[in-house]
Design a protein around this ligand. Structure first.
Ligand SMILES: [Zn+2]
Length: 268
């Protein structure tokens, strides 16, 4: 089995004690590639170091996370833009987006930073990894301004309503990023994604957060993406191998650039 964990923060210090074992367990579970989303400038050197250490397995993405943004966001963005200009091999802009769940202090700034980073995605031909929490309408309105552009990417950690699902899937170059929430007892996500074709879904962990059952409540790690693949297989009534095959193919096309300009993902 070949799985891509499309969202994993295993470069953070939560993994400093046993990073090698975490990587070995991921490999043993069939996770052959792990996409590392940036959150800020402070942790970017760790992220890049890990990609350098595991060049066959770990791949860097660059972006300012909406909850890591402060009054100096414009300066942070200019530093990040320098990294892009210098030609580091980032495979996506992320994670970026809007989060009004805890705090709306920087509402205006979040919207401005998101917009700037959408433009990077277009300028550099890179997919967007989008985090949105309590911000569905603002997200859709922002993306709608780019409806005629060849944007593509992932709605990371999707866990919305059927209406939200339909509005997001209306953006043809985008996939729903599905993780541990799918396995939670009270989650409505299984019903919400039951009829979403597998060719619009990628899998992720969001390590160290949101570990799937049976690891719920513990530190998440990339190997556990296998549990999400199995849960997805059960919901879809197919075997796990099939889920791995299609979601991996989706991620490969998205990150390795084959369909950036071809708005509709290939049908299976
Ligand atoms: Zn994340």
């Amino acid at each position: 089995m070949k799985i891509i964990d499309t969202h994993s923060h295993i470069y953070l210090e939560e993994f400093d004690q046993d990073r090698l074992e975490v990587m070995e367990r991921a490999q043993a579970a069939g996770v052959e590639k792990i996409m590392l989303p940036a959150i800020d400038m402070k942790t970017l050197p760790r992220l890049l170091a890990m990609c350098k250490e595991y060049p066959q397995s770990c791949f860097p993405m660059l972006g300012l996370h909406p909850t890591e943004l402060d009054e100096n966001y414009a300066y942070t963005l200019s530093q990040m833009k320098d990294f892009l200009r210098e030609g580091h091999p980032f495979l996506a802009i992320g994670e970026v987006g809007l989060d009004f769940y805890w705090d709306e202090t920087f509402r205006k700034e979040q919207l401005a930073a998101f917009d700037t980073q959408i433009q990077w995605s277009l300028e550099y031909g890179l997919p967007l990894i989008i985090h949105a929490r309590s911000a569905h309408c603002e997200l859709v309105n922002t993306l709608y301004n780019y409806k005629d552009e060849p944007l593509c990417g992932i709605f990371h950690c999707f866990s919305g309503t059927p209406e939200e699902r339909d509005e997001l899937l209306d953006f043809p170059g985008f996939y729903l990023g599905i993780g541990g929430v799918l396995t939670y007892k009270k989650s409505t996500l299984p019903q919400v994604i039951e009829n979403v074709p597998l060719d619009r879904i990628v899998v992720e962990t969001d390590s160290p957060y949101l570990a799937p059952v049976p690891h719920r409540g513990k530190r998440n790690e990339s190997a556990y993406v296998y549990d999400t693949v199995c849960a997805l297989a059960k919901i879809k009534g197919v075997d796990a191998e099939q889920v791995a095959l299609i979601t991996t193919d989706n991620a490969e096309r998205l990150f390795w650039g084959c369909d950036f300009n071809e708005k509709r993902p290939k049908q299976h």
